[in-house]
Ligand binder design. Structure first.
Ligand SMILES: NC(=O)c1ccc[n+]([C@@H]2O[C@H](COP(=O)([O-])OP(=O)(O)OC[C@H]3O[C@@H](n4cnc5c(N)ncnc54)[C@H](OP(=O)(O)O)[C@@H]3O)[C@@H](O)[C@H]2O)c1
Length: 281
């Protein structure tokens, strides 16, 4: 991975940080894009130390704000003239209704729409690389997801908000985005994945209630972030993926059939069109 430039969203914690360490160990130049620069600074120290690679940098990125995403891409472009691999890894899980700066329901806004804007703005940098790859970290949670086009701003959630339902919707959006991106840009390699059940704080840091309680109970039995990063690293770096496009992979780096909705081309196109409308109007 020498000479490769890789950007990882949410590379300061959990699976993203472990992915950064793994790819930096292979000699890549890694940029972690993070919302909290204090956490990012500490993560930089750890990633450099554990990978024995000093070519690791942090950029500020809050996926809950279009302005922040645009600034991040501008900063990236002033430093680098290409992007070999974009890993859309960051995610926000919450048990109560929160909104992004533009008023979208937070999980849809961060996990899908923020990455949708980021990827579109980074397209010229990706196209400047020889064999660009995009890795979208989704989840098996997408199997229970549906896209409710009438609730993307949390319109129906004023009385009752189901955190896991919104998470599943956002993770289904990651797989649909992968499908439609592949159709539109067949020359790039774009895949999505489920990393496995991984012992991170995703379900507890911004959440309370049943899902968080169950998460705290099972967390000691889940796999390490290092193991959970293996499919992201594989999709970013393995020559075996050179000709595989638009697929959904599991934690063992095997192709899996995603949900029926995730294989619906019309739904993928509609989500793309609606997302375009949201980011440019
Ligand atoms: N853990 C699992 O078992 C599991 C299972 C299936 C799928 N996944 C997926 O794996 C990916 C990584 O999750 P994880 O388990 O490693 O969770 P994590 O440790 O909480 O990491 C999530 C990362 O996303 C960042 N993030 C959240 N909101 C953001 C925003 N608005 N802007 C920029 N960055 C933001 C977090 O930043 P902070 O550090 O500032 O919070 C953190 O760096 C996610 O896409 C998740 O859906 C995880």
């Amino acid at each position: 991975m020498q000479d490769k430039i890789i950007l990882i969203t949410g590379g300061n914690d959990g699976i993203g940080k472990a992915t950064a360490i793994g790819l930096a160990r292979m000699g890549a130049r890694v940029v972690i894009a993070c919302r909290n620069m204090e956490k990012a600074s500490q993560a930089l120290i750890d990633i450099k130390k554990e990978s024995n690679n000093d070519q690791v940098e942090a950029l500020h990125l809050d996926l809950a704000s279009f302005d922040s995403i645009k600034n991040c891409v501008e900063n990236f472009n002033t430093r680098y003239n290409k992007l070999d691999v974009l890993i859309n890894n960051a995610a926000h899980y919450t048990s109560y209704l929160q909104k992004t700066a533009e008023g979208f329901e937070m999980q849809f806004g961060v996990n899908h729409l923020g990455h949708f804007l980021l990827t579109n703005l980074l397209l010229p940098s990706l196209q400047a690389a020889e064999k660009p790859r995009i890795v979208n970290v989704s989840s098996n949670g997408h199997y229970s997801g549906k896209i409710d086009f009438n609730n993307l701003r949390g319109e129906k959630s004023i009385k009752k908000y189901y955190g896991f339902e919104a998470y599943a919707q956002s993770k289904l959006a990651n797989v649909l985005f992968t499908r439609e991106f592949t159709r539109r840009y067949p020359d790039m390699i774009c895949n999505s994945l489920h990393p496995g059940g991984v012992a991170t704080d995703i379900a507890t840091k911004n959440a309370v209630g049943l899902v968080s309680n169950v998460w705290s109970l099972v967390k000691p039995f889940l796999m390490s972030p290092e193991k959970g990063a293996q499919t992201s690293i594989y999709l970013a770096a393995s020559p075996k993926v050179n000709k595989i496009n638009g697929q959904f992979f599991d934690e063992k780096q095997k192709i899996r059939k995603p949900s029926r909705l995730a294989r619906n081309d019309e739904l993928a196109k509609r989500l793309w069109d609606v997302s375009m409308e949201f980011i440019y109007h």
